[in-house]
Write a protein of this length. Structure first.
Length: 311
Protein backbone atom coordinates (compact mmCIF):
# COMPACT_ATOMS: atom_id res chain seq x y z
CA UNK A 1 0.00 0.00 0.00
CA UNK A 2 1.40 3.42 -0.95
CA UNK A 3 2.06 6.04 1.69
CA UNK A 4 -0.59 8.27 0.06
CA UNK A 5 -3.22 5.52 0.32
CA UNK A 6 -2.19 4.83 3.90
CA UNK A 7 -2.54 8.51 4.76
CA UNK A 8 -6.04 8.68 3.22
CA UNK A 9 -7.05 5.54 5.09
CA UNK A 10 -5.87 7.04 8.35
CA UNK A 11 -7.87 10.22 7.72
CA UNK A 12 -11.03 8.24 6.95
CA UNK A 13 -10.51 6.16 10.07
CA UNK A 14 -10.06 9.33 12.13
CA UNK A 15 -13.20 10.88 10.64
CA UNK A 16 -15.35 7.90 11.66
CA UNK A 17 -13.74 7.47 15.04
CA UNK A 18 -16.28 7.35 17.86
CA UNK A 19 -16.48 10.66 19.75
CA UNK A 20 -15.04 10.84 23.24
CA UNK A 21 -17.46 9.82 25.95
CA UNK A 22 -19.44 12.76 27.28
CA UNK A 23 -20.72 13.10 30.83
CA UNK A 24 -24.12 11.48 31.20
CA UNK A 25 -26.99 13.95 31.34
CA UNK A 26 -28.37 11.94 34.24
CA UNK A 27 -25.28 12.81 36.28
CA UNK A 28 -25.44 16.58 35.64
CA UNK A 29 -26.32 19.02 38.39
CA UNK A 30 -29.66 20.07 36.81
CA UNK A 31 -30.64 16.41 36.44
CA UNK A 32 -29.76 15.77 40.08
CA UNK A 33 -31.85 18.73 41.15
CA UNK A 34 -34.70 17.60 38.89
CA UNK A 35 -34.77 14.29 40.72
CA UNK A 36 -35.69 16.07 43.95
CA UNK A 37 -39.17 16.59 42.53
CA UNK A 38 -39.61 12.84 42.07
CA UNK A 39 -38.73 11.79 45.64
CA UNK A 40 -41.99 10.11 46.62
CA UNK A 41 -40.43 9.09 49.92
CA UNK A 42 -41.02 12.67 51.04
CA UNK A 43 -44.78 12.51 50.48
CA UNK A 44 -45.72 11.15 53.94
CA UNK A 45 -44.13 14.23 55.52
CA UNK A 46 -45.60 16.71 53.07
CA UNK A 47 -49.27 16.17 53.96
CA UNK A 48 -48.99 16.87 57.71
CA UNK A 49 -46.65 19.83 57.19
CA UNK A 50 -48.90 21.32 54.54
CA UNK A 51 -51.91 20.89 56.81
CA UNK A 52 -50.05 22.55 59.69
CA UNK A 53 -49.26 25.58 57.54
CA UNK A 54 -52.88 25.85 56.39
CA UNK A 55 -54.11 25.67 59.99
CA UNK A 56 -51.58 28.15 61.36
CA UNK A 57 -52.94 31.33 63.02
CA UNK A 58 -51.58 33.47 60.20
CA UNK A 59 -54.71 33.64 58.08
CA UNK A 60 -55.09 37.37 58.56
CA UNK A 61 -51.61 38.13 57.23
CA UNK A 62 -51.26 35.29 54.72
CA UNK A 63 -51.60 37.59 51.71
CA UNK A 64 -48.93 39.86 53.19
CA UNK A 65 -46.61 36.87 53.60
CA UNK A 66 -47.25 35.80 50.01
CA UNK A 67 -46.32 39.31 48.84
CA UNK A 68 -49.68 40.16 47.27
CA UNK A 69 -49.19 43.78 48.34
CA UNK A 70 -45.70 43.80 46.82
CA UNK A 71 -46.62 42.42 43.40
CA UNK A 72 -44.23 39.48 43.65
CA UNK A 73 -43.36 36.84 46.28
CA UNK A 74 -42.00 38.29 49.53
CA UNK A 75 -39.83 35.31 50.45
CA UNK A 76 -36.95 35.98 47.99
CA UNK A 77 -36.61 39.50 49.39
CA UNK A 78 -36.58 38.36 53.02
CA UNK A 79 -33.89 35.72 52.51
CA UNK A 80 -31.40 38.37 51.38
CA UNK A 81 -30.86 39.51 54.99
CA UNK A 82 -29.86 36.18 56.61
CA UNK A 83 -27.85 35.07 53.59
CA UNK A 84 -26.07 38.40 53.34
CA UNK A 85 -25.31 38.41 57.05
CA UNK A 86 -24.00 34.85 57.06
CA UNK A 87 -21.90 35.28 53.92
CA UNK A 88 -20.38 38.42 55.42
CA UNK A 89 -19.67 36.59 58.70
CA UNK A 90 -17.92 33.84 56.73
CA UNK A 91 -15.65 36.42 55.10
CA UNK A 92 -14.86 38.11 58.41
CA UNK A 93 -14.02 34.75 59.96
CA UNK A 94 -11.05 34.61 57.57
CA UNK A 95 -9.70 37.92 58.88
CA UNK A 96 -8.09 38.74 62.24
CA UNK A 97 -9.78 40.93 64.84
CA UNK A 98 -13.34 40.42 63.62
CA UNK A 99 -14.81 38.17 66.33
CA UNK A 100 -17.38 40.65 67.60
CA UNK A 101 -18.54 41.66 64.12
CA UNK A 102 -18.95 38.01 63.11
CA UNK A 103 -21.11 37.34 66.14
CA UNK A 104 -23.34 40.32 65.40
CA UNK A 105 -23.78 39.21 61.79
CA UNK A 106 -24.53 35.61 62.71
CA UNK A 107 -27.08 36.71 65.32
CA UNK A 108 -28.68 39.06 62.79
CA UNK A 109 -28.91 36.23 60.28
CA UNK A 110 -30.54 33.91 62.82
CA UNK A 111 -33.20 36.48 63.70
CA UNK A 112 -33.86 37.42 60.07
CA UNK A 113 -34.18 33.76 59.06
CA UNK A 114 -37.37 33.35 61.07
CA UNK A 115 -39.68 35.67 59.07
CA UNK A 116 -38.05 34.41 55.86
CA UNK A 117 -38.92 30.85 56.87
CA UNK A 118 -42.51 31.77 57.72
CA UNK A 119 -43.07 33.46 54.35
CA UNK A 120 -41.39 30.57 52.54
CA UNK A 121 -43.57 28.00 54.30
CA UNK A 122 -46.68 30.00 53.40
CA UNK A 123 -45.72 29.95 49.72
CA UNK A 124 -44.60 26.31 49.84
CA UNK A 125 -47.96 25.03 51.07
CA UNK A 126 -49.64 26.28 47.84
CA UNK A 127 -47.51 24.41 45.31
CA UNK A 128 -47.80 21.30 43.14
CA UNK A 129 -46.45 17.98 44.38
CA UNK A 130 -43.05 18.01 42.56
CA UNK A 131 -42.49 21.56 43.80
CA UNK A 132 -43.52 20.55 47.31
CA UNK A 133 -40.89 17.81 47.32
CA UNK A 134 -38.12 20.08 46.12
CA UNK A 135 -39.26 22.78 48.50
CA UNK A 136 -39.09 20.38 51.43
CA UNK A 137 -35.45 19.57 50.67
CA UNK A 138 -34.77 23.29 50.27
CA UNK A 139 -36.32 23.92 53.69
CA UNK A 140 -34.37 21.05 55.29
CA UNK A 141 -31.08 22.52 54.06
CA UNK A 142 -32.03 25.93 55.43
CA UNK A 143 -33.09 24.49 58.78
CA UNK A 144 -29.75 22.70 58.97
CA UNK A 145 -28.00 25.99 58.20
CA UNK A 146 -29.98 27.75 60.92
CA UNK A 147 -29.12 25.01 63.43
CA UNK A 148 -25.43 25.14 62.58
CA UNK A 149 -25.31 28.91 62.88
CA UNK A 150 -27.16 28.81 66.20
CA UNK A 151 -24.63 26.27 67.47
CA UNK A 152 -21.83 28.42 66.05
CA UNK A 153 -23.01 31.48 67.93
CA UNK A 154 -23.34 29.46 71.12
CA UNK A 155 -19.80 28.12 70.78
CA UNK A 156 -18.40 31.61 70.19
CA UNK A 157 -20.19 33.03 73.24
CA UNK A 158 -18.62 30.26 75.33
CA UNK A 159 -15.18 31.20 74.04
CA UNK A 160 -14.78 28.24 71.69
CA UNK A 161 -13.94 30.42 68.73
CA UNK A 162 -12.37 27.76 66.50
CA UNK A 163 -15.33 25.41 66.93
CA UNK A 164 -17.69 28.32 66.30
CA UNK A 165 -15.96 29.17 63.05
CA UNK A 166 -16.05 25.58 61.83
CA UNK A 167 -19.76 25.35 62.62
CA UNK A 168 -20.24 28.66 60.83
CA UNK A 169 -18.55 27.40 57.69
CA UNK A 170 -20.74 24.29 57.87
CA UNK A 171 -23.79 26.54 58.12
CA UNK A 172 -22.55 28.57 55.18
CA UNK A 173 -22.27 25.41 53.07
CA UNK A 174 -25.82 24.35 53.97
CA UNK A 175 -27.16 27.84 53.30
CA UNK A 176 -25.48 27.76 49.90
CA UNK A 177 -27.03 24.37 49.16
CA UNK A 178 -30.43 25.68 50.25
CA UNK A 179 -30.01 28.67 47.97
CA UNK A 180 -29.06 26.43 45.05
CA UNK A 181 -32.16 24.29 45.53
CA UNK A 182 -34.29 27.38 46.04
CA UNK A 183 -33.12 28.81 42.74
CA UNK A 184 -33.99 25.52 41.03
CA UNK A 185 -37.43 25.57 42.64
CA UNK A 186 -38.10 29.15 41.57
CA UNK A 187 -36.71 29.16 38.05
CA UNK A 188 -36.54 25.56 36.84
CA UNK A 189 -39.82 24.47 38.46
CA UNK A 190 -41.39 27.93 38.17
CA UNK A 191 -42.69 28.08 41.74
CA UNK A 192 -42.77 31.88 42.00
CA UNK A 193 -43.02 33.62 38.61
CA UNK A 194 -46.24 35.05 37.20
CA UNK A 195 -47.61 32.20 35.06
CA UNK A 196 -49.78 34.50 32.95
CA UNK A 197 -47.02 36.92 31.94
CA UNK A 198 -46.67 35.44 28.40
CA UNK A 199 -50.31 36.14 27.49
CA UNK A 200 -49.74 39.61 25.95
CA UNK A 201 -47.03 38.12 23.72
CA UNK A 202 -49.25 35.28 22.52
CA UNK A 203 -52.20 37.48 21.56
CA UNK A 204 -51.76 39.75 18.57
CA UNK A 205 -52.95 43.36 18.43
CA UNK A 206 -56.49 44.25 17.51
CA UNK A 207 -59.84 42.56 18.01
CA UNK A 208 -60.23 38.78 17.84
CA UNK A 209 -63.45 36.74 17.49
CA UNK A 210 -64.07 34.21 20.25
CA UNK A 211 -67.52 32.87 19.36
CA UNK A 212 -71.19 33.74 19.37
CA UNK A 213 -71.93 35.75 22.50
CA UNK A 214 -75.20 33.88 23.15
CA UNK A 215 -73.31 30.55 23.14
CA UNK A 216 -71.90 31.41 26.56
CA UNK A 217 -74.22 30.79 29.53
CA UNK A 218 -75.44 33.73 31.59
CA UNK A 219 -74.09 33.86 35.15
CA UNK A 220 -71.69 30.95 34.73
CA UNK A 221 -67.98 30.77 34.05
CA UNK A 222 -67.18 29.26 30.67
CA UNK A 223 -63.98 28.53 28.77
CA UNK A 224 -62.92 29.49 25.27
CA UNK A 225 -59.71 29.57 23.28
CA UNK A 226 -57.89 32.31 21.45
CA UNK A 227 -55.07 30.55 19.65
CA UNK A 228 -52.74 29.22 22.37
CA UNK A 229 -54.43 31.26 25.08
CA UNK A 230 -57.26 29.82 27.14
CA UNK A 231 -59.95 32.29 28.16
CA UNK A 232 -62.47 32.56 30.98
CA UNK A 233 -65.72 34.07 29.66
CA UNK A 234 -68.42 35.28 32.04
CA UNK A 235 -71.66 36.75 30.63
CA UNK A 236 -73.51 38.87 33.17
CA UNK A 237 -77.31 39.11 33.24
CA UNK A 238 -76.97 42.74 32.13
CA UNK A 239 -75.34 41.56 28.91
CA UNK A 240 -71.83 42.69 29.84
CA UNK A 241 -69.22 40.06 29.04
CA UNK A 242 -66.09 39.73 31.19
CA UNK A 243 -63.06 37.91 29.81
CA UNK A 244 -59.84 36.97 31.62
CA UNK A 245 -56.95 34.70 30.74
CA UNK A 246 -58.09 31.33 32.06
CA UNK A 247 -54.79 30.03 33.48
CA UNK A 248 -54.22 31.40 36.98
CA UNK A 249 -51.19 33.64 37.41
CA UNK A 250 -50.17 31.62 40.47
CA UNK A 251 -49.88 28.02 39.28
CA UNK A 252 -51.91 27.92 36.03
CA UNK A 253 -55.11 26.65 37.61
CA UNK A 254 -58.24 26.74 35.34
CA UNK A 255 -60.22 29.78 36.49
CA UNK A 256 -63.17 28.75 34.32
CA UNK A 257 -63.66 25.84 36.72
CA UNK A 258 -63.59 28.13 39.75
CA UNK A 259 -66.41 29.84 41.61
CA UNK A 260 -67.77 33.29 40.75
CA UNK A 261 -69.11 35.52 43.50
CA UNK A 262 -69.42 39.28 44.07
CA UNK A 263 -67.82 40.08 40.74
CA UNK A 264 -64.77 37.91 41.39
CA UNK A 265 -63.57 34.45 40.38
CA UNK A 266 -61.70 32.15 42.75
CA UNK A 267 -59.20 29.64 41.42
CA UNK A 268 -60.19 26.03 42.21
CA UNK A 269 -56.59 24.97 42.87
CA UNK A 270 -55.16 27.31 45.50
CA UNK A 271 -57.86 29.91 46.12
CA UNK A 272 -56.45 33.01 44.42
CA UNK A 273 -59.26 35.50 43.78
CA UNK A 274 -59.41 37.92 40.83
CA UNK A 275 -61.79 40.72 39.92
CA UNK A 276 -63.65 39.92 36.71
CA UNK A 277 -63.81 43.56 35.65
CA UNK A 278 -60.06 44.08 35.42
CA UNK A 279 -58.31 40.89 36.59
CA UNK A 280 -56.95 42.48 39.77
CA UNK A 281 -55.73 39.92 42.34
CA UNK A 282 -57.99 40.56 45.31
CA UNK A 283 -56.34 37.87 47.42
CA UNK A 284 -53.42 35.45 47.10
CA UNK A 285 -51.46 33.33 46.84
CA UNK A 286 -51.30 34.95 43.38
CA UNK A 287 -49.16 38.08 43.56
CA UNK A 288 -49.90 39.31 40.01
CA UNK A 289 -53.20 40.33 38.41
CA UNK A 290 -54.82 38.21 35.75
CA UNK A 291 -54.66 39.49 32.14
CA UNK A 292 -58.06 40.92 31.25
CA UNK A 293 -59.57 41.68 27.85
CA UNK A 294 -61.79 44.42 26.48
CA UNK A 295 -64.93 42.96 24.94
CA UNK A 296 -67.51 43.90 22.35
CA UNK A 297 -70.33 42.13 20.51
CA UNK A 298 -70.61 42.74 16.79
CA UNK A 299 -73.88 43.37 14.97
CA UNK A 300 -74.06 39.70 14.03
CA UNK A 301 -73.64 38.61 17.68
CA UNK A 302 -69.97 37.60 17.67
CA UNK A 303 -68.01 38.18 20.88
CA UNK A 304 -64.66 39.84 20.16
CA UNK A 305 -61.85 40.51 22.61
CA UNK A 306 -58.83 42.78 22.67
CA UNK A 307 -56.03 43.32 25.15
CA UNK A 308 -56.38 46.73 26.88
CA UNK A 309 -53.02 47.97 25.60
CA UNK A 310 -53.54 46.70 22.04
CA UNK A 311 -54.62 49.02 19.26
Amino acid sequence: MSSETSSKSAKVSQAFKAPAAQPSAASSLPAWLDRLGTLRALDPAIGPLQSAVHKSPLKGIRDALHGTWLGHPLHPALVQVPLGAWYSAGLLDLLPGTRRASRVLIGTGILAALPAAVSGATDWAQLHKPQLRTGLVHAAANVAALGLYTASLGARVRGRECRGRMLGFGGLAMAGLGGLIGGHLAYRQSAGPNQSEPVPYLVGPGWHPVGKADSFPVGQAASASLGEVKLLVFREPSGTVRVLADRCAHQSGPLSEGTVSDGCVTCPWHGSTFRLSDGWNVSGPATAPQPSFRTRVTDDGVLEVCLPEAN
